[in-house]
Ligand binder design. Structure first.
Ligand code: GLY
Length: 286
């Protein structure tokens, strides 16, 4: 980790004016920056990739307002939000999580499984280069960041339609020198591994047992979502807080009863594009 005085200068690689990036008003820690890279919603969002949902109308203005509220939720839990410029030709580009895996030591630029999404990495790489050495997944491998769940020194990778065996093998080779193991995890019925399971504290996972088996994560205790809310397993843990979609109130109750600090955010429009709360940011300590 770098102390703030040693942080690399932010170079605004994607044309975002500095004035559009207010610092967190609630930040307590003045020495370590927790960065959240986001991207403005593309005007082409309605043309997103869809794998499991029918296409339904997306209200672009509402999507932008909800995304702004999501970014405020990130600030409220201590992040400095660095919003990249919108990509009008890349409908899914708000889902920045899929373009990179940011570890403490290095960042891996992915090769997204959907051909329409491959170009998204071009503007993520310069943004991350300010903070980490960059490694890359190369063809024919494919890997979506949404398929990668880090649990301490193990990177679990969903064997999804987006991430192939070459992607798993390349990731394993790239991160082994830094002490990480990589394990493929079978999933069913969902887009990404993190659609099915996310970490909610030191030793607990939130999961949809219809989509992934808890036995794939030894040493962790699984909390099941409410079955009426199949998309509820995607939670974004930052510090002691959990950012979670407002569409899943029954699972909020489960999480609150388990002692967790749930921050509810409206995500209805990006949910129509099969995006969740983890998809819309890359969060890491600078
Ligand atoms: N629409 C999000 C994705 O398919 O990647």
């Amino acid at each position: 980790m770098l102390h703030a005085a040693r942080l690399p200068a932010w170079r605004w690689p994607c044309g975002v004016a500095p004035g559009t990036l207010p610092a967190s008003p609630t930040r307590k820690d003045t020495t370590i920056a927790r960065i959240a890279i986001t991207r403005a919603v593309s005007p082409a969002l309605a043309h997103c990739e869809l794998s499991h949902l029918p296409r339904t109308p997306i209200d672009l203005d509402l999507a932008r307002r909800q995304h702004a509220a999501y970014e405020q939720a990130l600030r409220d839990v201590g992040c400095e939000v660095r919003q990249l410029a919108e990509q009008p030709a890349q409908p899914d580009s708000v889902f920045v999580e899929d373009t990179a895996i940011v570890l403490d030591e290095v960042a891996v630029i992915t090769r997204p499984g959907a051909v329409s999404r491959r170009g998204e990495v071009d503007s993520i790489a310069p943004a991350l280069a300010a903070f980490r050495e960059l490694l890359r997944i190369e063809a024919p491998a494919t890997l979506d960041g949404g398929d990668v769940l880090r649990l301490d020194r193990v990177l679990h990778v969903g064997a999804s339609a987006r991430s192939n065996a070459d992607g798993v093998a390349q990731l394993a080779r790239l991160v082994a020198p830094f002490g990480y193991a990589v394990e493929a995890v079978p999933i069913r019925g969902c887009l990404h591994l993190k659609s099915a399971v996310t970490r909610i504290d030191a030793d607990r996972l939130l999961l949809n047992p219809d989509w992934v088996d808890a036995g794939a994560f030894p040493g962790f205790h699984g909390i099941a979502i409410d079955p009426a809310e199949p998309n509820a397993a995607n939670a974004l843990r930052i510090g002691g807080a959990l950012i979670h979609p407002a569409s899943c109130p029954r699972t909020h109750d489960i999480l609150r009863r388990a002692g967790l600090d749930v921050r509810s955010v409206q995500m209805s429009e990006t949910e129509k594009a099969e995006g969740g709360v983890t998809c819309c940011s890359l969060v890491f300590d600078a």
